[in-house]
Ligand binder design. Sequence first.
Ligand code: GLP
Length: 240
Amino acid sequence: MNFVVVKDYHEMSKRAAVIVAGQIYLKSKSVIGFATGSTPMGMYRELISMYREEKLSFSEMITFNLDEYIGLAKENTNSYHYYMMENFFKHIDIEKENINMPNSNIEDIDKECRGYEKKIAETGGIDLQVLGIGKNGHIGFNEPNISFEATTHQVKLDEETILANSRFFTNIEDVPRYAISMGIQTIMFARKILLLANGKEKADALCKAVTGPITPDVPASILRLHKDVTVIMDEEASFL
Ligand code: GLP
């Protein structure tokens, strides 16, 4: 694992954007796995600036999002579909058909999950996967005690995750209890991984993931077995 400690959120976002941009400059048809949540928001802002000011083009980039709630329409402001469109995709020159997000508004979720995996494989696999980390060490929506062998699947959210994500909803009751998430195996098959963490509330999870035992209790700990992971953390999240 490569560790980069930066001063603050702004610095983390800039460093992360440079890595994503570098991937696209080197291979315009890159397949990038994107994450949602508050962590990568600044990175998306930086990438939009690079598109506007540095002529960085996303016209050939193919994307796969990590996860999506079950039970929210795409237009719902809390859906990850809405988040990605509003915070990133609608501001850049990405082709609509190159955007892939799990579709949870479908009867057969298992079929959707199998189809998502197949599509990732058909593109040649993910070149760079961007990740945040949950306070309980989750990545995507792979909650503690996940099977490391899991591919894209339906997950039940932990109470801690429901509570953490309730900050975006009017009532905690409105937070979906289920989601579709890429599995640990899907994530580990990415050629490169970029893990972002900021703020002191992430320090404990990050420390456990990076220095504790590799265990499904801390899903992010599996990343230590990946050959090309860069962790960018701000001083507050740093365990160093
Ligand atoms: C959410 C998402 C994850 C995200 C994590 C941290 O539940 N499913 O993909 O990385 O939790 O979120 P945040 O960046 O808002 O702290």
